[in-house]
Each structure stands twice: as structure tokens, then as C-alpha cells.
Design a protein around this ligand. Structure first.
Ligand code: FCB
Length: 521
């Protein structure tokens, strides 16, 4: 844990209350609180684990190119090798089997299937890799949940027409999605079109920290881009690409293959910075600009009123043809959830941070208030331990979208790493167990209140490449030694398997653990 703030009396009182609250929650959760057919799994994505970045005719993805630009990744690393899962997937499936999960969420590398998008051949070796992976999972009774685009695209599409800024990408995504449905659809019951398009667009086109590094001041310092306009154009193309894929799946494949399709969103539970009307309104706007930005058009057919009011004609319009496609409803909402944040109003009062004006709905997302964090800090900047956020966000989504089925597609906890540390420094991950149990308890409460939640996936099965943080953060239930590629179970892996076995009271595992150690400051 990092405590970079004034350690005031208030701070410690709030912190103690939160930790106590967390323990109380953790004490009461077990497998029987979830439906028998509930999906319990772990999540990954192609770029973060596969490696084999040039193997078997794979093309370059935007992340392959981006991570090779000096200075982009904190520890100077990249995903060329990552966890070498491309060659070790059988071993990793064995790990899943030993956990006792019934499902596994992973993403397909678009550039492994179509190295040059629709401008080149389908790569049969890419098809064969994912078929082998799917077969091996099914053989072990593990249901695949497949994401089509987890931030990555073939670099060729960026170079040819500027990726998400061009409506041409809609055709490319439809072409790619259909190949996947055709080749893998008999084996896949859960399809996610996109992972966190809200993050992909925000970081790629507003703040410029992810590829294609586009932004304008004061949002960031990029060589090109327009943070007030481009995020909305790029998002519009994502929404219509999603709609195309759903349309194709529903028209041609769903009946025959019997699967379901949805989109996976990053969600934050926004707490008003102060309990006053202006900050309560800011929290509503923050949700609209983060989540409803995509889900409202996809589910309700139009951009959220909170955005229309502020952005007006800066929001692209849907043609009557687009609207027809959007009427095809998807089957579930994938919810990635890690943290709550304060939402601070910047509409009625000026915020110091100049980058939170119109494009972000005049709200500032902030983790601290008067020097006190919203919850215990974790090693991932801006991720706090706020289990109540999961119940609240699930209930909020349930209400706004008429209780459409939801799957919690990611939830997890980071440990900070450095080259001097080894497996033994990470395996006693009590912090992760407390985090997961408290969030699961919060989820079971949302289910008791009527939310139609069908599954829960932990991020992640193994430590992996954490985007801008490279290998300096570890989210895995299994530790990965990046020199030998050896996987070592952490205590949380033991906890998850006990939990899944229906161990009546997981507190036995928790209380058997050694005293928490504070390894990393
Ligand atoms: C999510 C991403 C996932 C992983 C976790 C920690 O936002 O979808 O790839 O990096 O954060």
C-alpha cells in the first residue's frame, strides 16, 4: 500500500472503518450465495499474455508498434514474449482446471487472424491456434468467453485510414467478427465485441496515452489530435462496429450456434465529491460520459441526454440505417469493475485541473478528498478498495438498462513488482483475498436485490503485461517468473479453488494465513 498523503487522524479513522467493513463483508461470502450455473472464471487478453508476436504469420498490432516506441511503457518492456502463453496455453489451462473454474475469458488477436485486416489473407495458423485453445478448454469443461477486440487492431488499419477515426473500420470489424463466428462459433457461447471501448477511446484519442497517441492540449501533449472532437467520432465508429457484429451474429449464426453476444465496459462507481446537488449532478454526468456514452446508444438507441445537453452537434448523428442496426439488442452487458472514485463538479466552479471541461462533461474524477483516499489505496494508481462500488454499479446498470443480464467480466487486485523480488515475495497475497471476498460479497448482495448477474471473472489467472505499467504490476492468482516463465500459485489461487469447491466458510482460509506482510511501499 502507498500512503503518499498526510496521515491525519481522520485518515486513520476512515481507513480503519473501511478495513473493518471489508472484513465483515468478507466473512460472509460463499459459493452457495450464487446460482449453481453461475460462471466463475478468470480473464486475460491477447496482448497481455500471448507473446509469439511474430510467430506463424501474425501481423503487427497497434500495441506491438506502440510498445516499441521508447518511453511509452513505464519499465521499457513490451508484450513480444509476455507470458509466452502462445506456447504454454496447455499448461495454463491445467492451472484453470486445478482452480476449478467453469469458464475462461480471453481475447482473440485480430492481427493473428487477419495480419492486414481485410486487405490481406486470413491466417490459417492463427485460426488453428485459437481452435486448439478452444478445444482444450472444452475438453476440460471450461466455457470460453471470447472478446473480439481488447484494445488491439492490425496496425495496417491505423496506417491506411486512421483506425477508429474512419468509418471504414466498421467494415473491417464486421469482416473480422464474421470470420470468428464462422470459424469458432460452434465452440463459443459468450462473445464480447469490445473490451472497454470507453477506456480505449479515452486514452487513445482524448488523453493520448494509449495508441494511436492522439490528443490536444490541455488534455495532453500529442503531435496530433483533437480531444474535443475525435473521441466522439472514434466512439461512434466503435458503437456502429459493435452493432454490425451483433447484427451479423443474430442474423446468421446465433440460432445455429446457440451463443450470446454483448459488450464489455469499464465501470466506476462515482461518489459525489460532496453531498450537495452540484456534485450529485457531477456524479451523474460522470457516469453518462463514461458508461452511458456507449450503452445508451447500444441499448436505448440514442446518446445519453446528459451528453447531448453539453455536446450538442459535436456528437455524431445516427442515420436511419444505423438506427435499424442499433435496434438489434445484444444479450448481456459485460461489467469490468475495480474501484469507486469521487466525481467533482467543474461546471459551476472552476477546477484546478484544466483538462476536465466539456469533453469529460465538466467533471473531475478524483480518488482523494481533503487528503483522504476514497478507500484503502492499492498498488495500481487510482484503484482503491471500495467493495460497495460493485453492488452500487450493478444496481445502477440494472435500473438504467431494464435489468439486462450482466456478467462481471473483470475484477482484481494489483501487487507492485520489481526485478529484485521473486515468487516468494508475492505468494502470500492476503490483500488480494480480502479484496476479492469483499467484492464478491457485495456482488451477492446486488443479486439478492434482484440484479440478473450471470457470472464473475477474476483479472487475472497469471501475472501479465499491464499496459503502460509493463511488468511492474502483478494481477495474477499465479505468479509468473519472467526469466523462466514458471507459474507459482499464490494463496489467492488456493482461496479461489476452496471457494469454488463450495468451502462453506472461506474465512477458514483467510484466518489460517500468516500475518499480512507489507512488502512494497
Ligand atoms: C482493465 C483492462 C485489463 C487489465 C485490467 C487491470 O481496464 O481491461 O486489460 O489491464 O484493467
Amino acid at each position: 500500500m502507498r500512503f503518499g498523503v498526510m496521515e491525519t487522524k481522520n485518515y486513520w479513522v476512515e481507513k480503519l472503518a473501511l478495513v473493518l467493513g471489508m472484513l465483515v463483508l468478507a466473512a460472509g461470502v460463499d459459493r452457495t450465495q450464487f446460482p449453481p450455473d453461475f460462471l466463475f472464471g478468470t480473464s486475460t487478453s491477447y496482448y497481455q499474455i500471448e507473446g509469439g508476436y511474430l510467430d506463424d504469420n501474425k501481423g503487427l498490432s497497434n500495441w506491438d508498434v506502440f510498445t516499441h516506441i521508447p518511453g511509452k511503457i513505464k519499465d521499457g518492456s513490451n508484450g513480444d514474449m509476455a507470458d509466452d502463453h502462445y506456447h504454454r496455453y496447455m499448461d495454463d489451462i491445467d492451472l484453470m482446471q486445478s482452480l476449478g473454474v467453469n469458464s475462461y475469458r480471453f481475447s482473440i488477436s485480430w492481427s493473428r487472424i487477419l495480419p492486414r485486416g481485410r486487405f490481406g489473407e486470413v491466417n490459417s495458423e492463427g485460426i488453428s491456434f485459437y481452435n486448439k485453445l478452444l478445444d482444450a478448454l472444452l475438453l476440460k469443461g471450461i466455457q470460453p468467453f471470447v472478446t473480439l477486440c481488447h484494445y488491439d487492431i492490425p496496425q495496417e488499419l491505423e496506417d491506411r485510414y486512421g483506425a477508429w477515426l474512419s468509418s471504414q473500420i466498421q467494415e473491417d470489424f464486421a469482416y473480422y467478427a464474421e470470420i470468428c463466428f464462422k470459424e469458432f462459433g460452434e465452440k463459443v457461447k459468450y462473445w464480447g465485441t469490445f473490451n472497454e471501448p470507453n477506456v480505449m477511446i479515452d486514452k487513445g484519442y482524448r488523453f493520448g496515452t494509449y495508441p494511436p497517441s492522439r490528443c490536444s492540449e490541455p488534455y495532453g501533449y500529442c503531435s496530433a489530435g483533437d480531444s474535443d472532437i475525435e473521441p466522439f467520432i472514434a466512439a461512434h465508429n466503435v458503437i456502429l462496429s459493435h452493432a454490425n457484429a451483433v447484427d451479423i451474429y443474430k442474423n446468421k449464426y446465433q440460432e445455429k450456434q446457440g451463443g450470446s453476444i454483448g459488450i464489455v465496459m469499464s465501470t466506476t462507481w462515482f461518489v459525489p465529491y460532496m453531498d450537495t446537488p452540484i456534485h450529485r449532478m457531477a456524479a451523474k454526468r460522470a457516469t453518462a460520459f463514461e458508461l452511458a456514452w456507449f450503452l445508451d446508444p447500444i441499448i436505448l438507441g440514442a446518446y445519453p441526454p446528459e451528453m447531448v445537453e453539453i455536446l450538442g452537434s459535436k456528437l455524431p448523428a445516427f442515420s436511419s440505417n444505423d438506427k435499424l442496426k442499433l435496434r438489434r439488442t445484444m444479450d448481456f452487458i459485460g461489467v469490468n469493475h475495480y474501484t469507486a472514485m469521487y466525481a467533482k463538479d467543474c461546471k459551476f466552479a472552476l477546477c484546478n485541473d484544466l483538462s476536465h471541461y466539456e469533453s469529460t462533461g465538466y467533471t473531475l474524477r478524483i480518488g482523494f478528498r481533503d487528503g483522504v483516499p476514497i478507500g484503502p489505496t492499492t498498488d495500481m494508481p487510482d484503484f482503491y478498495v471500495t467493495p460497495y462500488g460493485l453492488e452500487n454499479i450493478v444496481l445502477q446498470v440494472m435500473e438504467r438498462y431494464n435489468n439486462m443480464p450482466m456478467i462481471i467480466t473483470e475484477n482484481g487486485y494489483a501487487q507492485k513488482s520489481s526485478i529484485n523480488l521473486s515468487a516468494k515475495d508475492f505468494v502470500n497475497d492476503e490483500g488480494r483475498i480480502h479484496f476479492l471476498t469483499s467484492y464478491l460479497s457485495s456482488l451477492s448482495s446486488a443479486i439478492r436485490k434482484g440484479a440478473d448477474v450471470r457470472g464473475y471473472f477474476i483479472w487475472s489467472i497469471i501475472d501479465n503485461f499491464e499496459w503502460l505499467y509493463g511488468y511492474s504490476l502483478r494481477f495474477g492468482l499465479y505468479h509468473v517468473d519472467y526469466n523462466t516463465m514458471q507459474r507459482t500459485p499464490k494463496l489467492s489461487a488456493k482461496w479461489y479453488s476452496e471457494f469454488l469447491k463450495g468451502c462453506p466458510n472461506i474465512t477458514t482460509v483467510v484466518s489460517n494465513m500468516s500475518k499480512p506482510r507489507r512488502l512494497l511501499m
